[in-house]
Design a protein around this ligand. Structure first.
Ligand code: ATP
Ligand code: MG
Length: 347
């Protein structure tokens, strides 16, 4: 997220002061009307407008302050002149007092609740925005690493492989022991080149545009099918075109890590991957019928990470960055299920 420039911050600050002054003016104007009306309690609902607007803009504490200002302006004269002040005729005074009592209670409570909801909503959006930015930063960094590996160590490993191949040709007539040693060097170099290529492929960001994304997911599944003998059912029921890139990255990376865990650890014969629309977001499920494992408690996951198991922890971090929820359910010999809810976010 770009830091706000000084001038912009100053303008925003001025706009806030302007809005606060308008809200105070609206309350004062309401109070003036209130003094000049005969049936004063009829005007009480009006004060909900500026007070709750103030709570939305400035949160619960300032919202409460606006409510107290209105209560002071409206309730002060009643305290001073007694309940006759409420209605110049005397017939309805008890009704008027009851209405005033309800208003005195409801106005600060509404200001507090509206302010709180606005703060929580605002904070959630702020966190979501920061999470999405962090996610893009991680992807940029992965892309840079993929380039670095491609231009650096990948070239070195390729050269080593070519040199080993040349050596093998030159040693065609050498003794069998030497030839077998050279072949094994060539095989190791070839393995290294293969692993580096896979690593570059995994680091590079997938095609994320709304139109390409379903194909990207299908490609991930097809790759998995090619690499393993595991039967997989894929249910792509959600349309992710209304979501931002950060949601699509998150879905892709969680799926990629879960599938690579199934390939490396699960010894499964069947797996299921489902992506469904849910209220306010998408729901991702990846299940296998493999050997399962004892899931570490949440607070142990970071410790596990430091022992060079990063997959599960980074899955969780990605989902949490977008204020989503993730659940890893597994028991030895009972398979594994990962369920994640990722909220809708539009940058
Ligand atoms: N689907 C699964 N089935 C069985 N065991 C699993 C499964 N997923 C994870 N595990 C177990 O949880 C451990 C932690 O997984 P995690 O993905 O965090 O690390 P990792 O796969 O070992 O290493 P990496 O950092 O390369 O992902 C694994 O080592 C494995 O024992
Ligand atoms: Mg893993």
């Amino acid at each position: 997220m770009k830091p706000l420039s000084g001038a912009l911050r100053y303008r925003l600050l001025r706009a806030r002061y302007l809005l606060a002054s308008l809200i105070v003016l609206a309350i004062l104007a309401g109070a003036l009307f209130y003094y000049y009306l005969d049936a004063r309690t009829l005007l009480l609902p009006y004060f909900f407008l500026p007070v709750t607007a103030g709570a939305v803009l400035s949160g619960r504490i300032k919202g409460l302050a606006y409510a107290l200002l209105a209560i002071f302006l409206v309730g002060g004269p009643v305290m001073f002149w007694g309940s006759e002040f409420l209605h110049r005729g005397t017939a309805h005074q008890s009704d008027e007092l009851a209405a005033l009592g309800a208003w005195l209670f409801l106005l600060p409570v509404s200001a507090f609740i509206v302010g709180l909801v606005s703060e929580l909503g605002g904070n959630r959006l702020l966190v979501l925005g920061l999470g999405a930015d962090a996610m893009s930063a991680v992807e940029r960094e992965r892309k840079r690493m993929a380039f670095d590996i491609h231009d650096g160590i990948a070239q070195t490993a390729n050269t080593a492989l070519m040199q080993a191949e040349v050596l093998e040709m030159l040693a065609e007539k050498a003794d069998p022991e030497l030839r077998s040693q050279i072949r094994s060097v060539r095989d190791t170099a070839s393995l290294a080149v293969g692993e580096i290529r896979t690593m570059i492929g995994q680091l590079r960001p997938p095609a994320l545009s709304a139109s390409e994304f379903p194909a990207t997911l299908h490609h991930l599944i097809e790759d998995f099918v090619e690499r393993t003998d595991i039967k997989i059912e894929f249910d792509l029921a959600a349309d992710l075109s209304g979501h931002s890139d950060s949601v699509r990255i998150c879905v892709f990376r969680v799926m990629q890590e879960a599938l690579s865990n199934i390939q490396n650890h699960a010894k499964a014969s069947r797996a299921y991957v489902g992506l469904n629309e849910a209220r306010g977001g998408v729901f991702l499920t990846i299940r296998d019928d493999g050997v399962g494992f004892e899931v570490p408690a949440l607070n142990q996951l970071l410790a596990v990470t430091s022992q060079s198991h990063h997959g599960l922890a980074s899955m969780q971090e990605r989902v949490w960055l977008l204020t989503g929820r993730i659940e890893i359910e597994s028991r030895p010999q009972e398979g594994t299920a990962i369920r994640a809810f990722i909220p809708r976010y539009q940058a």
